[in-house]
Ligand binder design. Structure first.
Ligand SMILES: [Zn+2]
Ligand SMILES: [Zn+2]
Length: 342
């Protein structure tokens, strides 16, 4: 089979073709696994973090990609959940132990044995991949393969962030940063919590306009004061200053959820501006989001099908993966980027 593999951590600024096209044997599914013939694989910002070493693969060479849609080609001896020909998807969560106290409490995303697709296990930048049948999902019929792939990551993690805010209908939600995940969250909130107002914070006027178009009650820059205090907020920026500003505008007892794998060091001194009485006192909470659980992916796919959410996308061939990644890095973005593999 054809696969695009990463052999080592590189800086995309020095090397614009970090992935190499190779020919590999088709993997054999284990007893409880399925072999998937990949149709489409989404291209995610996290791949840039893997390539540049912010969250490096646990072994090399690695086949990246964790937003996979394809068809079951073959099922392992004990794998009876899907039949050959079924359309299935895979997301970021590839494995968790199922036995530790976190897994048993439904927090498998925090399991010490958590493995990520395309970082710790082979991903979807290839014609075939295998996965335990328990970590695959049926794809609702309303979506094409290209539409479904981007939902498997940005949508699922956005859904988890929203769940962690504990938002109730009528409460005000702040969206700090307005990229792929935040714009899906805005659509979910409009559907699930129709009485809630949404305030969007972004650096760029284009993103602020986009937020208003989608129904945000207010949109402004990170330093602007929103028209009311917010009960909950979700931060998707790589920086610290927007967090400090958001805490200032939180209601007493409010919660800020940070949805980022890593934060940049650049403006870390902004944290020195934290004033305990104004930013934190009165039981304000800060919580991060880590990974996704199977429940997040499955529930979000169902919600997205009901609404329905249909992402905009731009198609590349598998062999063009390097170009898609470089364009993502350079923010040449027209909808989600997907690789057409099959
Ligand atoms: Zn992703
Ligand atoms: Zn576990």
């Amino acid at each position: 089979m054809k696969a695009m593999v990463l052999r080592r951590v590189v800086n995309l600024a020095d090397n614009r073709a970090p992935l190499e096209l190779v020919e590999l044997p088709i993997p054999e599914p284990g007893d409880w696994e399925i072999l998937i013939r990949v149709s489409v694989c989404g291209v995610c910002h996290t791949e840039l973090d893997e390539i540049e070493g912010r969250t490096p693969p646990s072994r090399f060479p690695m086949i990246l990609g964790h937003q996979i849609v394809g068809r079951v080609e073959q099922a392992g001896r004990n794998a009876s959940r899907f039949r050959p020909g079924d359309r299935v998807g895979m997301g970021w969560i590839n494995h968790a132990c199922g036995r530790c106290h976190l897994c048993r409490a439904g927090k498998e995303n925090l399991c010490p044995d958590f493995q990520a697709t395309g970082r710790d296990a082979s991903g979807g930048y290839a014609q075939y991949t295998t996965v335990s049948q328990d970590f695959a999902y049926g794809i609702p019929e309303v979506f094409t393969d290209e539409e479904a792939a981007p939902l498997l990551c940005a949508g699922a993690i956005g859904y988890r962030s929203l769940r962690l805010t504990g938002l109730r209908d009528g409460e005000i939600l702040g969206l700090v940063g307005f990229g792929a995940s935040a714009h899906l969250v805005l659509k979910m909130v409009r559907h699930l919590f129709p009485r809630s107002r949404i305030f969007a914070f972004s650096r760029t006027p284009a993103e602020r306009d986009f937020a208003r178009e989608l129904g945000a009650a207010w949109a402004g820059g990170f330093e602007e004061e929103p028209p009311a205090k917010m009960h909950r907020a979700i931060d998707t920026t790589p920086a610290w200053q927007p967090i400090v500003a958001a805490l200032l505008h939180l209601e007493p007892g409010g919660r800020l959820v940070i949805n980022a794998i890593r934060k940049e060091e650049r403006d870390k001194e902004a944290l020195l501006g934290l004033d305990y009485p104004r930013h934190l006192w009165l039981e304000k909470e800060i919580k991060s989001v880590a990974n996704v659980s199977r429940r997040d992916v499955a529930e979000f796919l169902e919600l997205a099908a009901q609404m329905p959410i249909k992402p905009e996308y731009q198609v590349y061939r598998l062999e063009e993966a390097n170009q898609a990644l470089v364009e993502l890095k350079e923010r040449k973005i027209r909808g989600a980027k997907v690789l057409r593999v099959d």
